[in-house]
Design a protein around this ligand. Sequence first.
Ligand code: GNR
Ligand code: NI
Length: 173
Amino acid sequence: MAKLQIRWVPDPILKTKCAPVEDVDDTVRAFLYDMLETMYAAPGIGLAAPQVGLAKRMLVLDVSDDRSQPLKLINPEIIDVSDTDAVYEEGCLSVPEHYANVSRPDWVEVRYLDEHGNTCTVTADGLLATCVQHEIDHLDGIVFLDHLSSLKRNMILRKMIKAKKSRNRDAAA
Ligand code: GNR
Ligand code: NI
């Protein structure tokens, strides 16, 4: 297993529409394990492949308190949503140290392939519903900042770019 490097905005891969996984093979399974290791180490409750440099439609999640319920979703599709929305304060491993309220459907039904290539469905509510929608957004090149007003989004983006410049200065010094 290997820990992967997490990309931060404004990395262009975070704007990419990811391609479906064609074959659920050992390479895919190994990558999902590396993603889980990276997510647990971060620590985070979800991670999408483009965040670690691979523009393919797969993601991992674990919203359990004791970090014992890993979920691995390949080619996930939202097939039903609630009429009602819920607001959560979201964060993102690709936008470290920034948080904002985002409104999304408060439950969703998702169809996906598991790591053996079997079609499964999961019905999610609460934090899992928020998280799985946040992760599927990543597969379409969307980050939670895209759900905010342009004023808030640009404020956070400017801070991310400033922080990157100061990291680069430190690295050069
Ligand atoms: O670790 C994470 N926490 C989180 C909190 C509220 C809403 C969404 C998330 S997902 C995030 C990890 C991440 O960036 N996944 O893409
Ligand atoms: Ni994220």
